[in-house]
Design a protein around this ligand. Structure first.
Ligand code: ADP
Ligand code: MG
Length: 257
């Protein structure tokens, strides 16, 4: 039985205007993320993955369509409400972890907790626990540049999960890592998220992440063109077209008139 949807995206469109050029980054995306599932969207560069992730993460606004998070329509929310929603319900992991270079691993994980109003003592305890869970118990007082790439990404995972978000959004989280480290980082992200009962959406073109997916989707030209059956990770699976793959648009970069 399917659990309730935590993210529901309906007929999502995004058009960027650059002078008199328009770029259709998303062209009618329907997508659901259920509670506590680990979903991966793959697709070539420019297919709209980051745009979709940023709209779900309320960092960007759609041109048309609807997005609900935990049952609430985010497209009509004011900036203050969006900031609150981001702070309490969403954790982000990016390709380049975005750790603050002058803060230690512990302080980097503490910071969003303090910003969210958690008391210092509780923030410190929670941050230490999260770093311990990603295997960095011995690295609490290291600065980011005293850590390896994989360790830095593990700090970013601890930081993203620290405030008990319902949703983790990750954009190319292994993009800067070698295959072995990438695979370890994905495993740690998977286990940490499961432990917190968080839903994870990763967008990537790294096969290492695909291997871990419970559901796998493929995007092309701003549309989700293929979806896998639900599966347990590491079972073999095959992507199936969810509708006849539409013909390639003449150009994804079109000039009006
Ligand atoms: P992906 O993450 O799959 O590589 P993106 O979502 O970054 O794809 O981009 C989708 C399309 O939208 C691309 O054609 C890209 O050039 C365009 N695009 C993305 N962001 C912007 C922006 N801020 N301004 C204009 N065009 C953009
Ligand atoms: Mg991208």
């Amino acid at each position: 039985m399917e659990t309730p949807a935590i993210v529901q995206v309906t007929k999502l469109e995004k058009t960027y205007r650059l002078g008199n050029l328009t770029v259709s980054a998303l062209r009618g995306v329907d997508f659901t993320l259920q509670q506590a599932e680990f979903v991966v969207i793959t697709g070539p560069s420019g297919s709209g993955k980051t745009t979709l992730l940023n709209i779900i993460g309320t960092l960007d606004k759609p041109s048309a369509g609807m997005v609900t998070i935990d049952g609430e329509d985010i497209t009509s929310m004011k900036d203050g409400q969006l900031t609150k929603l981001r702070r309490h319900k969403i954790g982000f992991i990016f390709q380049f972890h975005n750790l603050i270079p002058v803060l230690t691993a512990l302080e980097n994980v503490e910071l969003p907790l303090l910003t969210a109003g958690i008391k210092p003592k509780a923030a410190r305890e929670r941050a230490s626990l999260m770093l311990e869970r990603v295997g960095l118990k011995e690295r609490l007082s290291h600065l980011p540049d005293e850590l390896s790439g994989g360790e830095q990404q593990r700090v970013a995972i601890a930081r993203a999960l620290a405030n008990h978000p319902k949703i983790i959004l990750a954009d190319e989280p292994t993009g800067d890592l070698d295959t072995k480290t990438g695979s370890e980082v994905v495993q740690i992200m998977y286990e940490a998220a499961k432990r917190e009962n968080a839903s994870v959406l990763v967008v990537t073109h790294d096969p290492v992440v695909e291997d871990r997916a419970e559901k796998l989707f493929e995007m092309r030209d701003g549309m989700i063109t293929r979806a896998s059956q639900q599966r347990t990770p590491r079972e073999s699976y095959r992507l199936r077209a969810i509708e006849p793959v539409p013909p390639e648009p003449a150009r994804s970069l079109s000039q009006p008139n």
